[in-house]
Design a protein around this ligand. Structure first.
Ligand code: PTJ
Length: 252
C-alpha cells in the first residue's frame, strides 16, 4: 500500500481509495466498486467529510432499531469488506448477530474470499456462501439470501447498496437501515433509516451508539424508533450540504 502521511489534508479519503484498490487486488471488491467509491467520495466532499447532525440522528434510530429487532442481520458486499471488515465484525459481535455476504456482481470465489476475511477478523457467524432462499421481485444475484440470516431478518443493515434490493426487502416487510453518502439515492429514499455518512465513520459510530443505548429500556428504544422521520433527516442532509457549500464560498 502507498505510504500516506497522516498530515495530508485528504488523508482519510486517500486511505479509503487504498483500501478499495487493495480490496480489488485481493479479490474482495469488484471493479465496479471503484466507481461506487468515487461517487461516494464526491458526496462526502459535498458534506464536508464529517458526520453531520442528521447522520447522528439516523445513527441513533438505527441503533434503537437494531436493539429492538427480533432477528437483525448485517449485509456485507465487496466495498464494505475492503473498507471496514474489522468494524463490521465488531458491530456483529456487539449485537451477537450474523454477517451475510451478499454481492451484486456475484462470483462464488469473491463470496468465499470475503467470508474467509470476515472469519479471519473474528466473525462468529458468516452466511452467504450457501444461499437457500431468494428475495422476491429481484432477477439478479443480489436476490440470493440465507434462511436464518437476511431472508428471515426483521431488520437488515445494507451499506453501499443499489436501490433494487432495498425496495425488495422493504416490500418483504423488513425494516431496512442504509448507509449511503448520497441522500438522493433510491436506497436512501426507500430505506426505513438512512445514515448519510461515510461507512468509515458510520459503522464505528453505530457500534458506539449501540453501546450507549444498551442500558435504555425497550419502551424508550421504541419511542426513538417511532419518533424518527427518514424524510426529514434526508431533507436535513441536503440542507447540511447546502450550508457547507455556501460556507466554502463565503470563507475560501
Ligand atoms: O460487491 P458488489 O458486487 O455487491 O458491488 C458493490 C457495489 C457498491 C459496487 C454495488 O452495490 C453498487 O454498484 O452500488 P451503487 O449503485 O454504486 O451504490 C453505492 C452507493 O454507496 C452510492 O450511492 C454511493 O454514493 C455510496 N457510497 C460509495 N462509497 C461510500 C458510499 N456510502 C458510504 N460510504 C462510502 N465509502
Amino acid at each position: 500500500m502507498t505510504d500516506i502521511p497522516k498530515s495530508h489534508p485528504r488523508y482519510s479519503s486517500l486511505v479509503a481509495r487504498e483500501r478499495v484498490t487493495e480490496g480489488m487486488k485481493k479479490g474482495y471488491t469488484s471493479s465496479q466498486g471503484l466507481i461506487a467509491q468515487g461517487r461516494g467520495e464526491c458526496f462526502d466532499y459535498l458534506l464536508g467529510e464529517r458526520t453531520t447532525a442528521s447522520a447522528k440522528t439516523a445513527t441513533r434510530a438505527a441503533a434503537a432499531l437494531l436493539l429492538t429487532a427480533e432477528r437483525p442481520a448485517l449485509s456485507v458486499n465487496g466495498n464494505v469488506a475492503a473498507l471496514v471488515p474489522d468494524e463490521m465484525v465488531a458491530l456483529s459481535l456487539s449485537l451477537g448477530i450474523p454477517l451475510e455476504v451478499n454481492l451484486f456482481h456475484r462470483s462464488e470465489e469473491r463470496v468465499k474470499r470475503i467470508a474467509h476475511l470476515l472469519r479471519e477478523r473474528g466473525a462468529k457467524e458468516v452466511l452467504g456462501e450457501r444461499p437457500d432462499a431468494s428475495v422476491p421481485g429481484l432477477d439478479h444475484a443480489r436476490a440470493l439470501a440465507t434462511r436464518g440470516g437476511i431472508y428471515d431478518a426483521d431488520v437488515v443493515l445494507i451499506p453501499l447498496e443499489d436501490g433494487d434490493r432495498c425496495e425488495a426487502l422493504v416490500a418483504m416487510g423488513k425494516k431496512v437501515i442504509a448507509i449511503d453518502l448520497n441522500p438522493l439515492s433510491r436506497t436512501a429514499r426507500k430505506a426505513t433509516v438512512s445514515i448519510v455518512d461515510n461507512i468509515l465513520r458510520a459503522v464505528p459510530g453505530l457500534t458506539a451508539q449501540i453501546q450507549q443505548l444498551s442500558s435504555v429500556s425497550r419502551a424508550d428504544l421504541q419511542t426513538i424508533v417511532k419518533s424518527y422521520d427518514n424524510r426529514l433527516v434526508l431533507s436535513q442532509a441536503i440542507s447540511e450540504i447546502q450550508e457547507h457549500l455556501l460556507e466554502q464560498i463565503q470563507n475560501p
